[in-house]
Design a protein around this ligand. Structure first.
Ligand code: IPM
Ligand code: MG
Length: 366
């Protein structure tokens, strides 16, 4: 059966990198005899321009009936000030999709690429071998709370607030996926919180600890305060395996981990509603690069497609169960980098197309 894929380029460089990665997907899927039933649609700003809303009901419906979604990037100064009716998820087409599909487990992968070591901000001996999976809770916390607003107080002027709330059940389901991911990697899970200050952080630490002790005694669990984790990630990135973070901390730490890879443009993500137990996930999952829409370089054909190409690899892994093919894409990316291909963000001069062609050529040669 063909894999039902919904591609949503979104804004800025989004459509360019999605188009590039679909070329890689076509070659890769053919090589393993996997059919792709592709449809495309508009998301966020691009959708707003045409339909006056950030996502259409029919797009959401299509998403619910897809196996996987591939998203480019969303947002831009043109739409940032627009406020539409409804909660936080209505203000952003991508947030709405995450919420609707309940893809609470976001895996953001950063690794040091040998060819790019000297291009990172780190000394090669500090960065070599680093391979970090930042797991970001994607459907809760301050980013999705309904308890938010700007209002007038009686005596302190205006106040703005977004409640950072997590239920025990939300922490539990996310922690379980985190432990499973750690189990499939090097067996180490670092959970981050600010339980020295926030009461919500105390519950986070308690619940993650309990899940670890009762269900995953084989995984080596450590707790850090998030500020310390951010610092250590700079000092000794190669010591990290899986980081388990809430929505906000995960947003910050995943961007920070982009420095390990040499550019935020290198980072892929998989946003899952469940972790497949062998084989592939049944529920629709979203795959997207971690970078933003970079409106300043949109349409110039110079965006780095690797974050999206590696997202396609994650798609083949988690939504199609094609693990070998997925790792072949990872290897093809490294081979293209080793050959000297580099887009502007990596300090090179190659175009999106040249980089994509190089990856495809390397894939075919493997
Ligand atoms: C990300 C982005 C998004 C987020 C924005 C575009 C809403 O920063 O995917 O990391 O904060 O989740
Ligand atoms: Mg972000």
């Amino acid at each position: 059966m063909a894999l039902k894929l919904l591609a949503l380029g979104g804004d800025g460089i989004g459509p360019e990198v999605v188009e590039a990665s679909l070329q890689v997907l076509e070659v890769a899927s053919k090589s393993v005899g996997l059919g792709i039933d592709l449809s495309e649609d508009l998301l966020h700003g691009a959708c707003f321009e045409k339909f006056g809303r950030f996502i259409r009901a029919e797009t959401l419906d299509k998403a619910r009936h897809s196996d996987a979604l591939l998203v480019g990037a969303t947002g831009g100064p043109r739409w940032d000030h627009i406020v539409v009716d409804g909660g936080p998820e209505e203000q952003d087409g991508l947030m709405k999709l995450r919420h609707e599909l309940q893809v609470f487990a976001c895996l953001r992968h950063a690794r040091a690429h040998e060819a790019l070591l000297a291009r990172t901000a780190f000394k090669p001996e500090v960065i070599r071998g680093a391979d970090v999976m930042v797991m970001r809770e994607l459907c809760g916390g301050a980013m999705f709370t309904q308890t938010r607003g700007i209002d007038e107080t009686a005596d302190r002027g205006r106040r703005g607030y977004d409640l950072n709330e997590y239920t025990e059940a939300e922490i539990e389901r996310f922690a379980r996926v985190g432990f499973e991911v750690a189990r499939r990697r090097r067996g180490r899970l670092l959970s981050v919180d600010k339980s020295n200050v926030f009461v919500a952080g105390k519950l986070w630490r308690e619940v993650v600890g309990r899940v670890g002790r009762s269900e995953f005694a084989d995984v080596d669990l450590t707790h850090f305060y998030t500020d310390n984790a951010a610092y250590q990630l700079c000092c000794r990135p190669a010591d990290f395996d899986v980081i388990l973070a809430d929505n906000l901390f995960g947003d910050l730490l995943s961007d920070q981990s982009g420095a390990i890879a040499g550019s935020l443009g290198m980072l892929p993500s998989a946003c899952l509603a469940e972790l497949p137990v062998g084989g592939r996930t049944e529920k629709p999952a979203i795959y997207e690069p971690v970078h933003g829409s970079a409106p300043d370089i949109a349409g110039l054909g110079i965006a780095n497609p690797i974050g999206t190409i590696l997202s396609v690899a994650m798609l083949l892994d988690y939504s199609a169960g094609e693990v070998v093919c997925a790792r072949k894409i990872d290897a093809a990316v490294d081979a293209a980098l080793n050959e000297g291909f580099a887009t502007r963000d990596l300090g090179g001069t190659h175009s999106t197309k040249q980089m994509t062609d190089a990856v495809i050529r390397q894939f075919r040669a493997l």
